[in-house]
Design a protein around this ligand. Structure first.
Ligand code: SF4
Length: 62
């Protein structure tokens, strides 16, 4: 599974960084995928972060 954040959609709620801190960080007011973590294994926390992102800025591709 590959994860990404579309910065143009993110409005900086920081929820992703709280839900899955090993994969997401909060930098300069935006959620970001930590370096080297874009290719994640099937991780329920990442999926939950994507589903609960209030701006639907987190993309998952299988
Ligand atoms: S949860 Fe969504 S809106 Fe909030 S910081 Fe993360 S990507 Fe941005």
């Amino acid at each position: 599974m590959k994860v990404s954040v579309d910065r143009s959609l993110c409005y900086g709620s920081a929820e992703c960084a709280h839900r899955a801190p090993e994969v997401f960080a909060f930098e300069d007011g935006y959620g970001v995928v930590r370096p080297g973590r874009a290719e994640t294994t099937e991780d329920p926390q990442v999926r939950e972060a994507a589903e609960k992102c209030p701006s639907q800025a987190i993309g998952l591709t299988e």
